[in-house]
Design a protein around this ligand. Sequence first.
Ligand code: DGL
Length: 276
Amino acid sequence: MAAERAHGPIGVFDSGFGGLNILAALRDLLPSEDLVYFGDSARSPYGSRPADEVVRFSLEIGRWLVDEAGSKLVVVGCNTASAVALDALRAELAVPVIGVVGAGARAARRCVGSGRVGVIGTERTIASGAYQRALADDAGVAVACPGLVEFVEAGQTTGPAVRAVIADRLAPVVDAGVEVLLLGCTHYPYLAREIQAVVGEQVTLVSPAEEAAFEVAQRLGADGLARSGAVGSLRVACSGDPVVFREIGGRLFPGELGAIEQVPVEALECRRTRSA
Ligand code: DGL
């Protein structure tokens, strides 16, 4: 059974483009694995949506990744979806599910000394309290940063306008004097230069992507699902316009995305079951 399942790809999903940073980390760490990425670009952003809606969308995509794409493991690359939908996904899907919240909190806790870990994320991620719970005793200030995702998707990752908004949103982080700042949103690593300039060099910035990829590697090894040998394939699908996905995703992903498939929202909604 494990040998059969080991042939499947690793499925990764995000509300849109941001999870491409986790896809890149997986490709670098696990070059022999086939990867399938789903970006829900027609319904992005998730960060200001109600939790039950994010759970519903996540379940639809999880089912697509497992039933249609044959994934042997699912990575929830979206912080918002990890924060609110991880338990539902684990209850529903018959494959291991790994989220970025646990990975990010673990990486941040490893970096912190006597100080605290601040976390920034979308409104829904911060309101869920998921990072704060995962950081436990190390948790410091937690701040929602609306507006930053839009800058990244517009290709604006540096400059005075971006820095002014970051300085405004991160004022409570600066006031709290955290030792480590966890970038709890897929898009924030693209703004790391400006975030670092605002919080100061003494603050260590941590992003969950690499740690999540290590967790995947460990889990595949433990379950006998790892592949070795030839370079794996990449399949990319999105719910929105594939031309727009290529345009924005191509800027964020260091490599060739290949042909981008469109899976319309209606095709995902067909995958609803009694639990959604
Ligand atoms: N991918 C989302 C996250 O990491 C950010 C974009 C959105 O709000 O959908 O929380």
